[in-house]
Design a binder for this molecule. Structure first.
Ligand SMILES: CC(C)(COP(=O)(O)OP(=O)(O)OC[C@H]1O[C@@H](n2cnc3c(N)ncnc32)[C@H](O)[C@@H]1OP(=O)(O)O)[C@@H](O)C(=O)NCCC(=O)NCCS
Length: 354
């Protein structure tokens, strides 16, 4: 008999072990090591809950959700973002994920949540089927752009880049809010929220947040979140499509500098880019180059940014050598409120939601 309950600190070890049995990804299959703290992935959220499915005292599944108010079609809406669904491979197709989802929905209704949302990596057919069956609807296809750090980037002469200071926070928050105010699922920042956001994220602090300053003030900002502090990914295998691409890259690497992609058994070290906003594209391009150089110094090979491809962010980042992974954005409405044009506006995906 499966029981669903809230996870506690005492479940940490069992959840880390369950996660090692649940590799992630579709074209690139990764083993996940979330030690020492399984809950580090949840801590960046303000209001989060992790559930576990227990069978005869053994944890066989888990899922999390985070509640927040975000702008959807111009209105502030209470949402629950769902993440971290996993079921022990030995126990799949027995309805455990359905039970976890039902429990999330029940809790969300009790908290007056209007809208549930989540994103699924392209080709993850089990998950897409699961959430379609549970009444979710796919509203948009977004993309994770993974920039490849493999050669030093040359910045423009005028680039005046420095680490952010607390006194910059009002200006930074205003720039981020101005940039994303018409995006669905954006949660506008107050100055103090930004400080809070940094404090909650393991592997992210003021040193990782940079600004580009010119005569008129700050014209771009960009931070990197060292995700290796949250969890480690080890390459298990690639599918045939990716293997063919890597083979071609290795051949090209004989003639020119090319990115090094880890082989099976090796770690995939990456940063997640966040707090990305700008008034001038030249400034943000320089900041990206700067962060690529920081990554190179620290032997990090990939910098991930989830984005709506209609966003100007995608245009700037696409100039850098990158890989793309599709993200399908799913929603389910729980209240009377109707959202009929969700796929039409640009969509904001916070880095904590990747
Ligand atoms: C996705 C996952 C959580 C599903 O867990 P589960 O307990 O096996 O799912 P359920 O038994 O509750 O299945 C519910 C529905 O999901 C769909 N589904 C689940 N596994 C499927 C599969 N392998 N192929 C196709 N559809 C599948 C089906 O519609 C199924 O309903 P049905 O059995 O009546 O056909 C599980 O496969 C998993 O842990 N995958 C790896 C991690 C992952 O990808 N997480 C999701 C990140 S968004």
């Amino acid at each position: 008999m499966i029981e669903i309950r809230r996870a506690t600190e005492g479940d940490n070890r069992a959840l880390i072990e369950l996660q090692t049995r649940c590799p992630q990804g579709t074209s690139l299959i990764l083993n996940v090591d979330s030690s020492p703290d399984f809950f580090a992935r949840s801590k960046p959220f303000k209001d989060w809950t992790v559930l576990v499915a227990v069978d005869d005292g053994r944890i066989v599944g888990s899922a999390g959700y985070a509640i927040s108010d975000v702008l959807v079609e111009g209105r502030l809406v209470k949402t629950a973002y769902e993440y971290g669904f996993m079921v022990d491979p030995q126990e799949r197709r027995k309805g455990i994920a359905v039970k976890l989802q039902e429990c999330i929905e029940q809790n969300a209704v009790e908290r007056n949540v209007d809208l549930l949302y989540l994103n699924i990596i392209e080709d993850n057919v089990p998950s897409a089927n699961l959430f379609s069956k549970m009444g979710f609807e796919k509203v948009k296809e977004c993309t994770t752009l993974s920039l490849m750090a493999y050669k030093k980037q040359r910045l423009t002469k005028e680039a005046n880049i420095r680490s952010a200071e607390k006194s910059d926070f009002t200006e930074i928050a205003e720039m981020i809010n101005e940039m994303y105010r018409n995006y669905n699922f954006f949660n506008p920042f107050k100055t103090e929220d930004l400080l809070d956001y940094l404090d909650r994220m393991p592997g992210f602090n003021l040193h990782n947040l940079f600004v580009f300053q010119d005569n008129q003030g700050i014209s771009a900002c960009l931070g990197y979140w060292d995700y290796t502090k949250v969890r480690k990914y080890i390459v298990e295998r690639f599918n045939w499509r990716l293997r063919a691409q890597l083979f071609l890259m290795r051949i090209a690497g004989l003639f020119t500098e090319m990115p090094q992609i880890p082989k099976p058994g090796e770690p995939l070290l990456s940063y997640n880019l966040t707090a990305l906003a700008f008034k001038q594209t030249e400034s943000i391009a320089d900041l990206v180059k700067h962060v690529v150089n920081v990554a190179l110094e620290n032997r990090i090979t990939l910098l991930h940014v989830p984005t709506d491809m209609e966003s100007p962010v995608a245009k700037v980042l696409s100039q850098f050598r990158h890989a793309k992974v599709g993200l399908q954005f799913f929603v389910k409405s729980l209240s009377e409120k109707r959202f009929s044009r969700l796929g039409e506006n640009k969509l904001y995906i916070d880095i904590t939601e990747m």
